[in-house]
Design a protein around this ligand. Structure first.
Ligand code: ZN
Length: 242
């Protein structure tokens, strides 16, 4: 499960009550009243539906191809133990590769919260595009809020959205950071992903227990050396503690 830890001043409750209320009848940063009649365009931007066109999935063809692959590998798919395996393989991959849609729900940063918000230990489950084997780990996401803050559970949704496809860890990390930067417009955002790749731990060099760490930083978390150091040292401490 992911945990959330606002850093320094403030607490989980501060953030929760500051921005999680109704979208209308709130005051924006600086006491500017938010119009009760939000334009539908603004409402859409602040609660955007994030989805990806469904890839053409031909389950029947996938099942047949899985059976062919297993037979080519010398496995008895016509025997009683594995007769259902090609169908399960096809469904398992279809599920791993289908990105779940979600609402990117943001709220006005009513309290003008400007400290680092760190959402830690977000589960990462993806499939490496080179071997089609899983890689599994956690992501830590930090951001310095601008005018809007993001519902905390949505960080896990963003990670899940980009993880459910044939991926590389480097691209996954960058896509999550870029998406948050584009949609949320924070002062800065940073993403650190630490994962174990089964293509490395179960085969090849069999480096069991080895993990790969990637990071992507934007805005002041990239450009401001103090903010950057704070974010990286916090996520590093998390990794050491694990
Ligand atoms: Zn791989």
């Amino acid at each position: 499960m992911s945990e959330t830890r606002p850093i320094r001043r403030g607490s989980r409750t501060d953030i929760g009550t500051a921005g999680w209320g109704n979208l209308v009848n709130r005051t924006a940063t600086g006491g500017r009243p938010v119009s009760a009649a939000l334009t539908s365009e603004a409402a859409q931007r602040w609660r955007a539906r994030v989805s990806r066109p469904r890839d053409e999935v031909d389950l029947e063809a996938a099942e047949k191809a899985a059976a062919d692959l297993l037979v080519a590998l010398g496995l008895p798919v016509d025997g009683p133990d594995m007769v259902e395996t090609p169908r399960r393989m096809a469904h398992a991959y279809a599920e791993l590769l289908a990105a779940p849609a979600f609402d990117f729900t943001t709220f006005p940063n009513t309290e003008g919260y400007d400290e680092l918000v760190l959402v830690e230990n977000i589960p990462v489950r993806s499939v490496c595009e080179h071997h089609m084997l899983p890689f599994v780990g956690v992501a830590h996401i930090g951001y310095l809020p601008g005018d809007r803050i993001l519902g905390l559970s949505k960080f896990a949704r963003v990670v899940d959205f980009y993880a459910h496809r044939a991926q590389t860890q480097e691209r996954l990390t960058k896509q999550v950071a870029e998406d948050l930067q584009d949609r949320l417009r924070p002062h800065g955002v940073g993403v650190v992903v630490e994962a174990e790749h089964t293509c490395m731990s179960l085969r090849g060099v069999r480096a069991a227990g080895s993990s790969t760490v990637t990071s992507a930083l934007f805005g002041s978390l990239r450009e401001n050396p103090a903010a950057r150091a704070e974010f990286l040292s916090l996520t590093h401490n998390r990794r050491e503690a694990r």
